[in-house]
Each structure stands twice: as C-alpha cells, then as structure tokens.
Write a protein that binds this ligand. Structure first.
Ligand code: AMP
Length: 447
C-alpha cells in the first residue's frame, strides 16, 4: 500500500463547523473596517525576496530563518530566474503596492485592510503555525495627507479595541510603547550596546549575537534566565527625542479621551525592523474556563499576542518609494479563533440545522426532487437533497439528524403538487401545496 499523504507540518485543514467561526470573525472585521472607511487590498501570496529582505530587515528572525524562499526557474528566454518568497507578513506587500500604483499621488490618506494567509518556518505549537492567517490594516500616505498625525495612531488603536469587543473577546490588554524615530533608535542602540558589554557573556547565545548586530532585539528575548538581566537595561523612553515624546503623549492623550485602556511597556520593540515611534500589541493571557477541553491551561499556549503593529515611517523609502509615513497592525486569525473557542463553550455545538430535507420516494422522482430543491434554495432556504434509492425509514433517519423538516416527494406528490411535510420538533405532518411550500418552511424555520 502506498504511504498516506498528510498536511505538511505546521499547516492544517479547517473544517466545518469551525469554518463558520472563521467566517464570522472575518465578517465582523470587514464590517468594522467599513465603518472606519477602510477598503480591501489583496496582494500576491509570493513576492520578490528582496522586498522582505529590505522591508522587514535582514537581521530579523523572520528574514534570517523563517522564510520560504526558492529560486524560481525561468520558463522562457525573456525571463530571468528570480528569488521568490512566500509572504511572511503583509505590510511590505501593501507598501510595495502603494508605491507601484502611485497611491501617494492622490494626496489622500490610504486606508487599506487585508485578510489572508502568511507563511513562516517557525517551530509549530499551539497558536503557532507555518501557514497562518492574518487580518491587518494600514493607514499610509504622504506627510501632507496627515499620515504622521498621532491621531491616526490613536484611531487605529481605538478601532482595534472596538473590533475585539465586537468579536466578543474580553480580557485583552493593549501594550503600548514608542521606539522613537530612526535617530532615536540609533542613539538607543548605542546606549544599549554599551550597557550590554558587561552582561552579555551571561546571556543566551542569541542575545550574545544580537548584542553586537542588533541590540534592540535583545529586548524580545524570551529565555527565562535572561529576563532579570534585561530588566536592568536602559529603557528606550529615556533615549527618545522631543518630537517622539510629543508624538507619543498625543497618542496616549487621545486614547485617554476615548476611554481606551492601555499599559505602557518599554520593552515592546517588536520583531520587525521597520517600526518607528508607536508600537503596540494586544495580548490575551486568559486561561481556558471550566468545561473547556483543557480547563486552566493558557488559551494561546505559549503565545499571548493576539495582534501587533506600529508605525513604519521609513518603510516606503527603504523599498525605494517616496516618503510615506504609515501605521498598521496584523492580528492572528488562528489565535482569535482559539480564544473564541475557549471562551465560547458552545462553539463545539452541532452544525446549523437545515430547513428542509427533501426525500424523493424512488429514483423516478430524483430529477423532480432536484427541481424542487432548486426552487426552495432560490427562495433562500437551506436544503439538503436526499436520494430516491433510500428507503423511507432511512430518509427519515438521515433527515432527523440534520433538518427541521422532511419533505416527501413521491409520484403522487409530484403529480398533484401537494407535498407531505413533517416538522420534527412538533411531530406534526401536513400536506402543503407546492406554491406555499417555501413560505411554510420559512415560517416554521425558526421554531
Ligand atoms: P507579527 O507579524 O509577528 O507582528 O504577528 C502579528 C500577529 O500574527 C501575532 O500577534 C499573532 O497573532 C499572529 N502570528 C504571527 N506568527 C504566527 C504564527 N506562526 N502562527 C499563528 N499566528 C501568528
């Protein structure tokens, strides 16, 4: 026997009824984005590798070890082989599209959202996959469009608080920080590099490397033994210039006015190099409640970030575009699903019932049954079509499991146009003229 094939490690199939929840989350996100006047952008799933190397940063974990990259063969003389990469995140692609389509020339602020899969070769575990989904949005434009205003930052954060509330996710924390301008960061990097010299030999090998190449990344370290050392390092806030401080206090003042709670976290520098000024994460440290499959365990496993984002005022220039400050975020759809599944214990409930199961009595009326199903479905009903090879008993058993009604279609019913309908909840069996059938099923559909 040949070996059975399985989904690749770190990828998974999403099946109904769980996909209903995915759709609900996506629909809620789209509705919220529409109210804030965002439009949808869809960028390709793979891009030129250079986009991520230059946009996300060579030294980041994503670019240095997690990308799915391959040399794409040329198919024709006119083509050249090219290094391509499955997108590990979507901001670089959106900014590339912004530049390519000269969206800045409109002079307008661009407010774009996306929903789609991203790919990173990470170590798979609960809440962390190699193909995962992100819902994200970007606000970007030339400086004259107001894209640098701290009000944009506060508005994006307020929108996220609204979105999480509308999704029914409670118990989130907004972690907020400013990493300053490129100049502030350069200054802080020097301060940090100097402060790391005496302590770095006692840290993990990754930190020893980062201490030299990119000291800011040390603050991301999750190794427990390194945490007390990291706590003693200088804080980025003390290296911020006047402009960055004023910008950040305007963000927090607007959040205070809007009543969006936040927690200042000076260690939040995030994993991507392009961030400037405001950076943030929404975390959820919740435990699964009693009655869940594993009560008391962290809902998101070792990961507690639902979403992350920040400002990227220099990203467009880094990939060859005009000055286009922006702010955006990406939320993990897989993690939203996990959180909602753990908190809504009824998520594992039975799939939605269909309004009617049509049972043709004999294969001679199969075709007529399809015509009837078409009629009812076009009237907006959810219909399952049985098969004339089933005995009546078997049809009843099949229907009872999934449907509110069974509609029996034998030769007599077909000829007379009067159908036999049974409502499973009430047990009542009636005769209904075909012209009234859809209305009858709909009126009793919500009983
Ligand atoms: P990042 O692009 O790393 O800032 O990630 C933004 C959000 O995407 C995170 O807060 C997670 O919710 C989600 N995310 C990132 N990587 C993964 C992954 N490998 N599997 C599932 N979700 C992820």
């Amino acid at each position: 026997m040949s070996q059975t094939l399985k989904a690749v490690r770190g990828t998974r199939d999403l099946l109904p009824p769980e996909t209903e929840l995915w759709n609900r989350i996506e629909a809620t996100a789209r509705a919220v984005f529409a109210r804030y006047n965002f439009g949808e952008i869809r960028t390709p799933v793979f891009e030129d590798t250079a986009l991520f190397a230059r946009g996300v940063g060579e030294e980041t974990d994503i670019v240095s070890k997690e990308m799915y990259t391959w040399e794409d063969r040329a198919r024709a003389q006119s083509e050249r082989p090219q290094s391509l990469t499955l997108r590990p995140e979507n901001t670089a692609g959106v900014v590339r599209a912004y530049i390519e389509h000269k969206l800045g020339e409109t002079g307008q602020l661009q407010k774009l959202y996306y929903i789609g899969p991203q790919f990173r070769r990470e170590r798979p575990q609960k809440g962390r996959y190699r193909q995962f989904w992100q819902i994200g949005a970007e606000v970007i434009g030339p400086p004259s469009s107001g894209s640098e205003s701290p009000l944009r930052d506060a508005e994006v954060l307020e929108m996220l608080a609204t979105l999480l509330d509308e999704l029914g996710i409670s118990g989130w924390t907004l972690e907020l920080n400013s990493v300053g301008s490129a100049a502030d960061r350069a200054r802080y990097n020097d301060v940090l590099r100097a402060a790391l010299i005496p302590v770095e030999p006692r840290m993990c090998v990754d930190c020893q490397r980062r201490a030299v190449t990119n000291p800011l990344r040390v603050l991301d370290c999750k190794v427990p033994e390194d945490q007390p050392i990291i706590e003693t390092l200088p804080k980025i806030f003390d290296s911020l210039g006047e402009d960055s401080r004023v910008h950040f206090s305007a963000v927090t003042a607007a959040l205070d006015a809007a009543g969006v709670p936040y927690h200042l976290n000076p260690r939040l520098v995030r994993g991507l190099d392009y961030y400037t000024r405001t950076t943030f994460e929404f975390t959820h440290g919740g435990l699964s409640p009693q009655g869940a499959s594993s009560p008391g365990t962290p809902i998101l496993g070792a990961q507690n970030a639902l979403l992350g984002g920040g400002r990227y005022d220099g990203l467009s220039e880094a990939i060859g575009g005009p000055k286009a400050p922006g702010i955006g975020f990406a939320m993990g759809l897989d993690r939203l699903v996990l959180t909602l599944q753990a908190t809504e214990l009824n998520q594992k409930a039975a799939p939605p019932q269909v309004d009617a199961y049509i049972a043709p009595l004999g294969e001679g009326v199969n075709a007529a049954a399809l015509a009837l199903a078409r009629e009812l479905r076009r009237a907006g009903l959810r219909v399952e079509l049985g098969d004339g090879s089933f005995r009546l008993k078997k049809s009843f058993e099949a229907a009872d499991k999934i449907a509110r009604h069974i509609v029996i279609l034998g030769e007599d019913e077909h000829r007379s146009g009067i159908l036999t309908v049974k409502n499973f909840a009430s047990g009542i069996q009636t005769k209904v003229p075909r012209a009234e059938l859809a209305a009858h099923l709909a009126s009793t559909a919500s009983e």
